[in-house]
Design a binder for this molecule. Structure first.
Ligand code: EPZ
Length: 427
C-alpha cells in the first residue's frame, strides 16, 4: 500500500507547469473511435485513468502507440468490437464515453456500469435520454449497458439537468447521426468545449459548445487529425489554492486564465493576490485569510471539483465560511479527515460550515476520492509537522506527477510503499 508522507509548514514557491485536462482527455480518447483513422493526441495527461482507457481502446481492436510521455498515436481503423470488457470499464467513470462513440460509428455500444469517485448517486438517465431520442434502445444486461440503433437520426433534446457527461455523450452520438441535433440546457465546462473542438477537427460539425445550446449536423465523413488537449483547469486551480494555503508564491504556467475566473475571484476575496497573464497565473499567499461562502455550480460557477481544496484553505480562514455543494450529494467526506487535523467543520447534507481555527495539526488521514485527496495534500502542507495520507491511488488517478511537482516547489512530500505485512502488525 502506498502513502504520502508530508512534512508541512513550508510555503510552496516557484513555478509549475499544468498538464492536459483529465476530464477532456478521458472523453477525447473514446472519441477517437469516430475517426476510424489515425489521431495523434498531444498534451495527454499521464495518469491512471488514461492508462485504463488505452487498455480499453486496445481491447476493442485499436492500436495505441506512445510517441512520448504526453503524445499518443491512436489508430481506430482496426476497431472490431463494440464491447468494453467489464473488468476494464468499471475502473473509472468516463468509460461511458465509449457508449456514445461506439454507438455513433457502429450503431452499438456495450459498456459496464461505470465506476469512478463515490460522490453519492451518479445516474446516467440523461445519457440514455439522449441516445433514445436519437433512435437507440438501451438495455441493462448483467451490469453491462447495451445501446443499439439501426439508424441514428438528429433530434431536439432538452436535458432535465445540466450534465457534463450527458452533453459529451450526446455530442459523440449525434456527430455521425443523419440530420441535425439540437442540445439544450447543456454543460458549458471548458472540457465540453475541448471535446467539441476535437470532434470538429475530426470533421464533425458541432457549433455552440460553451453556450446553453449546441447544434450538431451529422456527417459520416470523419477522419484522423492531430489535436492538443486543453490545460487542466482543476489541476491549475489546485495549485493556485496550494500557493495561497501555504502562504507561498507560485507561477502556474500553461493555463487558460479565463477558465480560472471563479477560483481567481474567490482567492482574491479571501485575501490572496492573483495576477493573470497570457497563459499563466501568479498567486501570492497572505498571512491570514478571511472567511467566505461558496456554492458550487455548473460552469461558469464555482466548480465542484475545486470545492474540497478550497475547504482545506477555509479551515484556517478567520470567521465562519459556508460551502454549499450544488452538484453532488456526498462530497464532504474529506471533512471528517480535516477534523482529525484540528479543523472545526459541521456538515449537514450538502452544506458544510467551517469555523476558522488558528492552525491545522498533522495527522494520519485517508483520501476518500480524487479531489478529497488533493484537499488533504494541501491540508498536510499547511500543518506544521508530519502527516500521512493513505488511499493515494485516488489522487494519482487525476494529478500528473503531483509529488514531483510539489517537491519542485519546495514542498516536503514523499511517496512511500508500506508493505502489507507491516500494516498487519501495526493494526
Ligand atoms: C464530470 O462528471 C466530471 N467527471 C466530474 O469530475 C465533475 O465533478 C462533474 O462532471 C461536474 O462538473 C468527468 O468529467 C470524468 P455530471 P459527470 O453528469 O459527467 C446529475 C473529478 O473529480 N446527473 O455533470 O459524471 C448528477 O447526479 C470528477 O474530476 C443526472 O441526474 O457529472 C450530478 O448531480 C468527479 N443524470 C449532476 O447531474 C445524468 O444522466 C452533474 O453530473 C447525469 C448526471
Amino acid at each position: 500500500m502506498e502513502k504520502y508522507i508530508v512534512n508541512g509548514g513550508k510555503p510552496l514557491r516557484g513555478e509549475v507547469v499544468i498538464s492536459g485536462a483529465k476530464n477532456a482527455a478521458v472523453a477525447i480518447l473514446p472519441a477517437t473511435v469516430l475517426a476510424g483513422d489515425v489521431c495523434v493526441l498531444e498534451n495527454v495527461p499521464d495518469i491512471s485513468d488514461i492508462h485504463y482507457e488505452i487498455e480499453m481502446l486496445k481491447s476493442i481492436g485499436a492500436s495505441v502507440e506512445r510517441l512520448g510521455r504526453t503524445r499518443l498515436r491512436i489508430d481506430t481503423s482496426t476497431v472490431n468490437s463494440a464491447v468494453i470488457p467489464h473488468e476494464l470499464g468499471v475502473k473509472m467513470r468516463a468509460s461511458y464515453y465509449f457508449l456514445g462513440s461506439l454507438l455513433s460509428r457502429f450503431g452499438e455500444g456495450n459498456v459496464p456500469m461505470p465506476g469512478g469517485c463515490d460522490l453519492g448517486a451518479r445516474p446516467i438517465d440523461q445519457h440514455l435520454k439522449a441516445f433514445n431520442a436519437l433512435g437507440a434502445s438501451d438495455e441493462l444486461d448483467y451490469a453491462m449497458i447495451c445501446v443499439k440503433a439501426e439508424h441514428l437520426r438528429g433530434e431536439h433534446i432538452f436535458f432535465d439537468t445540466v450534465s457534463v457527461g450527458a452533453t459529451i455523450n450526446a455530442m459523440l452520438a449525434a456527430s455521425m447521426a443523419e440530420g441535425t441535433t439540437i442540445l439544450e440546457n447543456v454543460a458549458k465546462e471548458p472540457h465540453v468545449v475541448d471535446v467539441a473542438n476535437f470532434l470538429n477537427t475530426m470533421g464533425a460539425d458541432v457549433r455552440g459548445a460553451g453556450t446553453d445550446v449546441i447544434k450538431i449536423r451529422g456527417t459520416r465523413n470523419m477522419h484522423g487529425c492531430t489535436y492538443t488537449i486543453v490545460p487542466d483547469q482543476i489541476e491549475a486551480g489546485t495549485f493556485m489554492v496550494a500557493a495561497a494555503a501555504t502562504k507561498g508564491d507560485i507561477w502556474i504556467r500553461n493555463v487558460e486564465p479565463k477558465h480560472l475566473e471563479s477560483i481567481t475571484s474567490k482567492l482574491r476575496v479571501v485575501g490572496a493576490t492573483v495576477t493573470e497573464s497570457d497563459d499563466s497565473v501568479h498567486v501570492v499567499g497572505a498571512d491570514r485569510y478571511t472567511s467566505t461562502n461558496i456554492k458550487t455550480m455548473p460552469h461558469p460557477g464555482f466548480p465542484t471539483d475545486l470545492q474540497p481544496v478550497m475547504g482545506a484553505l477555509l479551515c484556517t480562514a478567520e470567521g465562519t465560511s459556508i460551502i454549499t455543494e450544488g452538484i453532488w450529494d456526498s462530497r464532504f467526506k474529506y471533512c471528517d479527515e480535516l477534523i482529525k487535523m484540528g479543523a472545526s467543520i459541521q456538515v449537514n447534507g450538502r452544506v458544510a460550515v467551517f469555523e476558522g481555527v488558528e492552525k491545522l495539526r498533522p495527522a494520519p488521514v485517508k483520501a476518500t476520492d480524487l479531489r478529497a485527496g488533493a484537499a488533504l495534500v494541501i491540508a498536510a502542507l499547511m500543518a506544521e509537522g508530519q502527516s500521512e495520507i493513505a488511499e493515494i491511488q485516488h489522487v494519482e488517478r487525476g494529478y500528473v506527477d503531483i509529488v514531483k511537482k510539489i517537491r519542485a516547489l519546495g514542498g516536503d512530500i514523499t511517496k512511500v510503499e508500506i508493505p502489507e505485512d507491516a500494516l498487519r502488525k501495526a493494526y
